[in-house]
Design a protein around this ligand. Structure first.
Ligand code: MN
Length: 316
């Protein structure tokens, strides 16, 4: 995904661990936005009040939308990334990924795509030809730590991830480790991301207590600690919790992310995660004027144009 389908200018966003409030449960509203092609998204990270959860600096809930001849269609032309990993996980539908390493990979529900941009990669994401039906999923961006952020780019597709049952929850671990279940993707810091099918009743999930966590509802509604949580909200849980109790009166679908609070302050601009403005300006130049990010086959001259770099601003 790209942070903006089409923008002429963009301010650099500073992202760091947020000072903790006294609230045990912090509920924030996600941004609503349009990804282009008729796809509504809810962006739960970065928010003004909370920019990161562990190493996660971007969390898009995409759809659900109906794709087909008269419906929505995803068509994100080639664009560059540095300093982050993109993690794609679908509940319904399919997305076709193509990148500058030459990978052409369709992803379906239950499968996992992890793209490590490192020093630079470009890719496109689109609805596969002929796909008809519902499209629904998430894309997360994981900031790379200083030691690894200039690594060689790589792309991984995994056909399966570990699943588990706990109380009324059937879960799939698609990033990191939860209770001995380890997702197959390569990561560079301690983290977890899970897709939870929550059934009616009360379910208690053990948590890694050194992690901070966030929950977003993808379908239905749940209650945590007496707080109702619906689609379009982010529930933040501070480090120090050994578990979370999720209540539901009907089936719901939830994405839970977590990680050790990220020890570095990062800069986000467009599709880049960096540490300095100069790096961002250089990587913008590399996309617009050099071959640094390679090319993605099948798009001809179509590619996203980088916005102008504005100084740090209040957006977010
Ligand atoms: Mn992207």
């Amino acid at each position: 995904m790209s942070r903006h389908a089409d923008a002429n200018e963009e301010a650099i966003l500073t992202c760091a661990a947020t000072p903790l409030s006294d609230d045990e449960f912090e509920v924030l509203d996600a941004h609503s936005a349009e990804l282009g092609g008729g796809f509504a998204i809810r962006r739960a990270l970065p928010l003004r009040e909370r920019r990161m959860i562990g190493p996660f600096c971007f969390l898009d809930h995409i759809g659900p939308a109906v794709v087909g001849p008269n419906g929505a269609s995803l068509s994100i032309a080639p664009h560059p990334h540095i300093g982050l990993q993109t993690v794609t996980w679908l509940l319904d539908g399919a997305v076709l990924h193509k990148d500058s390493l030459g990978y052409v990979q369709e992803i379906r529900p239950g499968q996992l795509n992890v793209m490590t941009s490192g020093r630079g990669i470009s890719h496109s994401e689109e609805t596969p030809d002929g796909l008809v039906g519902r499209m629904h999923g998430v894309q997360l961006w994981v900031a790379l730590p200083e030691a690894d952020r200039r690594c060689e780019p790589r792309f991984e597709h995994h056909a399966n991830v570990p699943t588990f049952t706990k109380d009324a929850i059937e879960g799939a671990v698609f990033c990191g480790t939860w209770q001995g279940h380890t997702a197959p993707g390569t990561h560079f810091s301690e983290l977890v991301a899970m897709d939870l099918r929550v059934g009616a009743g009360e379910s208690t999930l053990p948590l890694e207590s050194t992690f901070e966590h966030g929950l977003i509802v993808l379908e239905g509604a749940i209650e945590v600690g007496g707080r109702a949580l619906g689609v379009g909200e982010l529930l933040y849980l501070r480090p120090g919790r050994a578990s979370v109790c999720v209540q539901a009166s009907a089936d719901a679908r939830v994405c839970l992310v977590g990680g050790r609070p990220f020890g570095e302050s990062i800069l986000m601009w467009w599709n880049y995660v960096a540490r300095t403005r100069d790096e961002i300006v250089e990587a913008r130049h590399q996309w617009e004027h050099t071959e640094h990010f390679g090319t993605v086959d099948g798009w001809g001259d179509r590619r996203l144009t980088a916005p102008t770099v504005l100084p740090a601003g209040p957006r977010g």
